[in-house]
Design a protein around this ligand. Structure first.
Ligand code: ADP
Length: 298
């Protein structure tokens, strides 16, 4: 199976422990999922669809894709732009993030319908997120949603993590509307209950699953931190317990890695409850390590 993840990867500056010293990395929700997928399924093609600039940091990012086993042949170049950046600050162990991404090249990733169609044609499973939708202009968002709808109609499987980030939207109503448009073109929805409850007033994870089912998704997996994962596949519903962990170091990319294991399970035709258990084991390793990209055992 050929996977295509669509979204933004950013340069990351993470504190090394020395005052005012940072190490450079690359991360971003859909990229993180592609990165974990490439670890779980090294024999498969995992491709990342984005846009970068033509400056040295953009080239370094492309090199990082390839070094991670991620195909960069659908990465577009926007010559007068560069990649987005975020910096992690640590205050008494608490992480906070500063972003410079307003002008990132990735905001133009869906400007070219032809490039989207070519990349989607070459894929079997296409993954995107609410952050992918958030960074686009409304015209580009429409272009992306149309391309996804067409791809789904031609038999591709579409997977979506709503990843609600109100700060990336001009108004919460714009976010909730676009996210449900994303759900309407998707087969698989991978929401996180806490965010969904905040912005859609869902009373419980079952209500979240039912809302995405009503929007048209047929497989829905609702993450909920250390609480049970709720799923719905057609009319079959259930919950899977999350193994308790003795320590949680950093929850960055917990959901992204979890999603990678679910997508790997779809490819392998693994029964959904079993995939969820594997996803919990993977995310459990990720939250016990630092940063978004944690070396894990598949
Ligand atoms: P997101 O990162 O999208 O907000 P969650 O926080 O719900 O997602 O976490 C995704 C998965 O990571 C959970 O389903 C679980 O498997 C694992 N996880 C997250 N937090 C914990 C925790 N405190 N204890 C054990 N597992 C956790």
């Amino acid at each position: 199976m050929r996977f295509l993840a669509i979204g933004e990867c950013m340069a990351e500056l993470a504190p090394t422990g020395e005052a005012r010293d940072y190490s450079l990395g690359f991360a971003g929700d859909t990229f993180n999922t592609a990165w974990y997928l490439a670890r779980l399924r090294p024999e498969n093609a995992v491709s990342f669809f984005t846009a970068v600039g033509s400056d040295p940091i953009s080239q370094q990012m492309r090199d990082a894709f390839r070094e991670s086993g991620i195909d960069d042949s659908h990465v577009q170049t926007v010559p007068d732009r560069t990649v987005g950046l975020y910096l992690i600050s640590l205050n008494n162990g608490e992480r906070s993030f500063s972003y410079w991404r307003g002008q990132s090249a990735a905001r133009q990733l869906a400007n070219d319908p032809q490039a989207l169609a070519e990349a989607m044609d070459a894929a079997d499973l296409i993954y995107f997120s609410g952050i992918t939708l958030a960074i686009l202009s409304s015209a580009s968002r429409e272009t992306l949603l149309t391309a996804l709808r067409d791809a789904r109609a031609s038999g591709k499987t579409i997977a979506f993590d709503p990843n609600l980030r109100p700060r990336l939207w001009s108004a919460p109503s714009e976010m909730t509307k676009a996210v449900m448009q994303g759900a309407a073109v998707s087969d698989i929805a991978l929401p996180s209950f806490e965010d969904e409850a905040d912005w859609f007033d869902d009373a419980n994870p079952t209500a979240t699953a039912d809302r995405y089912a009503a929007a048209g998704a047929t497989t829905i997996v609702v993450k909920n931190g250390g609480d049970p994962v709720c799923y719905r596949q057609g009319d079959t519903r259930g919950n899977v317990e999350v193994p308790a962990l003795s320590c949680v170091v950093d929850t960055t990319a917990a959901g992204d890695s979890f999603n990678a294991a679910i997508l790997a399970g779809i490819e392998a035709n693994t029964p959904l409850p079993e995939s969820i258990a594997q996803a919990c084991r993977l995310a459990g390793q990720v939250v016990q390590g630092k940063g978004a990209l944690v070396p894990v055992q598949a």
